[in-house]
Design a binder for this molecule. Structure first.
Ligand code: ADP
Ligand code: MG
Length: 584
């Protein structure tokens, strides 16, 4: 495939936001690597020599022929667009025809290139050439060279013609960090490419090709494993036929971060900044993560090019997106779908090593056992006030439809605390209090009911702030004599509770409506230590399965531990051939 580089007409040049884009090592790497990707490369190797101000990028892309090499570094010369109308059909990463030209103004540029698949033309079109360009993009020297198809671009003496720019640069390690970040971002958007980055002849970054962004992520993000992630693609037939949202999330019970540094958005294979959409992601994870923790969430929007204007910013890192509201809604839906537990996520893996560690620890302490409830558990002093009898009515009804559909079967309760659930892929251990807390929290959010309290609840010595706080969350409260207040409406769930008094006092301490809802759910949920019947547990598990965020409680604690059959069979070495293991 020949590139056919042409100089853009003047009127198109004016349409493009030109700018000072090459201001660092990372910017050079970005421009060269993007050229390699536009050339269809599947293997890209970057060599960095920061102390020598030298960078080299080698690829196995389509290469350039003799003719193309003449124009590659001329001003506004590109093979990617030819007219103004093409600006609305951009499928490539580059299109301005500026990068190589700018590099000739800032550094010494050498290109070695040999085209692939050149079916027509003379020998000159099939052979490789080494070209050096003068300051301004003219060819200085050109000679045939023996090389494999592809391109090797070498930039040396970087900023040598613009020394002021060297002075403004941060130190080498910061520059390298920026390069690493650039490579990671680009690699995630092109996971099928093999990447190698060498720093002063030492291999520094190395990734193997992966089918998707999510499959590549564990190679890039330390301590994140495949089983911690969930991927999903949502086709958007209603909007434009080829559009879709791809999303990979860190499961909230398995990974989150102390900064929102892994909430990322890519549009048509390029990472972009879009504060509004990042905010949408953060809100979608609300009340699924511990306090001050942030999700891992990578989104990739594939959008028809006519809906994007890449000219907001010279580095193309910000874009104008038509119909932002529509995208926010779609993102919300996609995250909601990804957070649910369904037949796709049922078999997600917990790393075998983790399961082994867990079981080993449990064995050492010798405290795990499955107890059959042959006899009712004797009540202990430490048992919480809730008993089977005071369980919410909803837990007593049985919903067997979902369980038969998904074959979730409650088989036992352990230590009056954990529910053991069997499903076709393995076993879940569910902590009963937090599972119930999640169920109640979502019920309360959907239907925050305040009911009349007759006679009113009398509270003593509330401060003005306490009273205002209760009013803020909707409770009716009025003075009732000296230092006394009468609470006339309270959250429905608290009404029948003996500890209603303490609960309202707790709510008067502060927090917004959401925090109050969490507190009510937490207080109303069955306590650990409560003995449950199989039917009650089955109902709870089914209700929990239907919640929008079944993985964590509203405080962000994990609800279930999944032991997969595949991990268990590995742990128990069930793949051993019997004869062999008996030494026969
Ligand atoms: P742009 O990428 O915006 O077109 P550049 O100045 O980066 O502008 O590159 C100019 C042209 O050189 C490209 O349009 C492309 O045809 C060619 N080119 C640059 N790098 C490569 C490469 N690695 N492989 C093949 N062709 C390349
Ligand atoms: Mg380019």
């Amino acid at each position: 495939m020949a590139n056919t580089i042409q100089t853009l007409p003047q009127e198109v040049v004016h349409l493009i936001t030109a700018g000072e884009v090459i201001d660092s090592f990372a910017a050079v790497v970005r421009e060269l690597v993007e050229n390699s990707l536009d050339a269809g490369a599947t293997r890209i190797v970057v060599y960095l020599y920061p102390e020598q101000w030298r960078i080299r990028v080698a690829d196995n892309g389509c290469g350039m022929n003799y003719e193309d090499l003449q124009y590659a570094a001329s001003a506004h010369s590109t093979s990617k667009i030819h007219s103004g109308a093409d600006l609305w059909k951009i499928h490539s990463l580059g299109f301005r025809g500026e990068a190589l030209h700018s590099l000739t103004m800032l550094a010494d540029l050498e290109i070695m290139s040999r085209p692939t698949n050149c079916y027509i033309g003379t020998d000159i079109n099939n052979c490789g050439f080494r070209v050096t360009y003068s300051n301004g993009g003219e060819i200085q020297e050109i000679a045939a060279t023996a090389m494999a198809p592809g391109t090797v671009v070498t930039v040396s003496n970087l900023f040598g013609y613009c020394k002021a720019r060297r002075q403004g640069l941060p130190n080498t390690s910061q520059q390298l960090k920026a390069v690493q970040e650039t490579i990671h971002q680009i690699a995630l958007c092109h996971p099928q490419v093999t990447w190698q980055v060498w720093h002063n002849d030492r291999l520094w970054i190395n990734t193997s090709p992966a089918a998707t962004m999510g499959k590549l992520l564990p190679q890039i993000l330390n301590r994140v494993r495949q089983g911690d992630l969930h991927e999903l693609t949502l086709e958007l037939a209603s909007y434009a036929c080829r559009d879709n949202i791809y999303l990979v999330i860190g499961l909230p019970d398995r990974c989150h971060r102390h900064r929102p540094d892994w909430v990322r958005l890519a549009v048509n294979n390029r990472m972009v900044k879009a504060a509004e959409l990042e905010q949408t992601v953060l809100s979608a994870f609300h009340r699924t993560l511990p306090r001050d923790r942030f999700p891992v969430c990578l989104l990739h929007l594939s959008i028809s090019p006519e809906h994007i204007n890449w000219n907001r910013n010279p580095t193309k890192s910000e874009i104008y997106l038509n119909n932002l509201h529509y995208w926010q809604e779609q993102i919300n839906q996609a995250i909601e779908q990804a957070l649910r537990i369904n037949s796709d996520t049922l078999n997600e893996t917990v790393q075998t090593s983790r399961v082994s560690k867990l079981i080993t620890t449990a064995e050492k302490q010798n405290t795990y056992r499955t107890r059959r409830s042959i006899q009712p558990t004797p009540k202990t002093d430490t048992e919480a006030p809730d008993t089977v009898n005071s369980l919410p009515e909803t837990l007593k009804t049985q919903h067997s439809e979902l369980s038969t559909q998904h074959s979730f079967k409650v088989v036992a309760q352990i230590n009056n605390m954990y529910i053991v659930v069997e499903h076709p892929g393995g076993v879940w251990l569910v902590e009963q209090h937090i599972a119930h807390e999640r169920v109640l929290y979502e019920q309360i959010c959907d239907d925050w009911q305040l009911v009349a309290m007759e006679p009113p609840l009398i509270l003593y010595q509330l401060s003005t702030a306490n009273v205002e706080q209760l009013q803020r969350i909707g409770l009716e409260i009025e003075p009732f004599g000296e230092n006394m207040q009468a609470v006339r409406t309270i959250p429905a769930m608290l009404k029948a509770r003996e500890d209603c008094h303490q609960a309202i006092l707790e709510l008067s301490q502060g927090g917004d409506l959401k925090a109050a809802q969490v507190a009510v759910a937490c207080r109303s949920a069955i306590r650990n230590g409560t003995n449950l019947t199989i039917e009650e547990m089955q109902t709870l598990i089914e209700q929990w399965q239907r919640t929008r965020n079944p993985r964590t409680c509203p405080h962000g604690r994990p609800i279930s531990l999944s032991l997969l059959e595949t991990s268990l069979s590995k742990y128990f070495k069930r793949h051993w051939v019997i004869g062999k293991s008996h030494g026969i």
